[in-house]
Design a protein around this ligand. Sequence first.
Ligand SMILES: [Zn+2]
Length: 292
Amino acid sequence: MVVASSNRLAEQARTIPATLRRLEQQAIHDTTRPLLQALQAAGQEAVRLWIRNTSAEQQTPSPSALSRIIDTIRKLLRQAFTGVGAQARRDIERAAFNAAQAAARQAGVIAATASGQPTPPVQPVIGPEAAAAARAVPAAVEEEQSSALALLTAATLTALGLAGINAVFQRARRAVTRIARALAVATTSAAAHATRAIATAIGPTIRLLWVAEPGACPACAAYAGRSVLPGRQFPGGLSLDPARTLFDTPIAGPPRHPHCRCVLIPWSSTWPVDGTPLPTLLRQHARTARRS
Ligand SMILES: [Zn+2]
């Protein structure tokens, strides 16, 4: 049997966050592009209407023009948001499944390499955290749309003019941020969930080892090289930088925060691996490679 080297395993492990990052960024781009484009077009139309109905002498449109402008912007906003929440939910679920599948495949290869035994096949599922993140998105999108519409009043536009219109669209674009955040949480959660299932399938003594993404924040870097049994939790509140400590509550695994791409891999200290123990390597790497 060829004994695996821990350096090689650490390298392999660090490719999983890179895979997740690519997946997350592509999915965010694809999912949010239609809404961003619709909001941009609507914003341009709103500005055009405003300019057409104002002049150097008349800084604010007449009351009837203003009311028509508001109606038009409201209609454009509603159109831009039509179906967005439901579509985003489906997109997030699909991205989470892709993340679960990719992470499970890579974690399975690492476990097989380290243990010298084939990893039992496990059908990846996204898990409850990813499902909850996706499910919450339609309401979040609806909330940002309502807040944007609430800013669209004759009083605000009269007082602020074009700045008031910009404020409405800035607020509407918060929906994009909410979608992106949910997508990031869902992909990282799904990857961790799928890896947990693999560790459990390999055997009852297999632990979950935290692999920090390259360039991880101090709060995530503090977890690198730590491990727990599936179903157990990592301690809360760890950080390499006391000024950047995150939530004290124990956590089941990544994501430590939105847009965290740390991952778990199955691990046993009894696996016949050559070199510095893998947990030590991961810990050292996170501490030396960390950009602060
Ligand atoms: Zn992280």
